[in-house]
Design a protein. Structure first.
Length: 185
């Protein structure tokens, strides 16, 4: 259950990195929650500001979202946390964006909170951030994550240091609480 609106995260800046094919509830749920807690949230993408991202409700195209900042001009130092929503196509496209992978890698090297849900952890493989990490994801990523050196488990949310991972949209409330916990440390 989400906490009542507060200013627990006043002054915190959160980047959400995504592109076409995002599972929209994995974007809108965490974004709304973080904003209700007082955080400033910015939608980053390898697309230009003002361009639209096609969201999906499972396999059906649905809402669109406007890019607020191009990841090519983003600096991880300007943000306190990074959220990586899933959807099948979204992380697959992000893996082709060297700037997106470099941004994710920089977050990991700076030991800042990264929260990835569903297929979102796929990008962490390319960013070289999964070796010896406890993680979860959508079940079809299990072998990919294990082959990259992660220790995978089927849990609602897994927190390993500054890394938060979850499996699916049903896990969003627990995912949100884990992100909140990371940002309050």
């Amino acid at each position: 259950m989400q906490q009542a609106s507060s200013q627990a995260l006043q002054g915190k800046r959160v980047a959400i990195l995504m592109t076409d094919g995002v599972e929209q509830v994995e974007y809108t749920g965490p974004r709304s929650f973080l904003e209700e807690q007082g955080a400033t949230v910015t939608l980053l993408s390898p697309k230009a500001p003002g361009e639209t991202i096609q969201g999906f409700d499972q396999l059906t195209p649905d809402q669109t979202f406007k890019v607020e900042q191009d990841v090519r001009g983003a600096d991880h130092a300007d943000f306190d946390a990074l959220v990586l929503p899933g959807g099948v196509a979204n992380p697959d496209y992000l893996r082709l964006s060297t700037e997106s992978i470099a941004f994710i890698h920089a977050f990991g090297m700076a030991n800042k909170p990264i929260a990835a849900i569903c297929h979102g952890p796929w990008t962490l493989i390319d960013a070289e951030l999964v070796t010896n990490r406890q993680m979860t994801s959508w079940p079809t990523l299990q072998v990919d994550l294990e082959n990259a050196g992660a220790k995978w488990s089927d849990q609602q949310v897994v927190v390993d240091g500054k890394l938060v991972t979850s499996r699916k949209p049903d896990d969003i409330p627990a995912f949100n609480q884990a992100i909140l916990g990371q940002l309050q440390q």
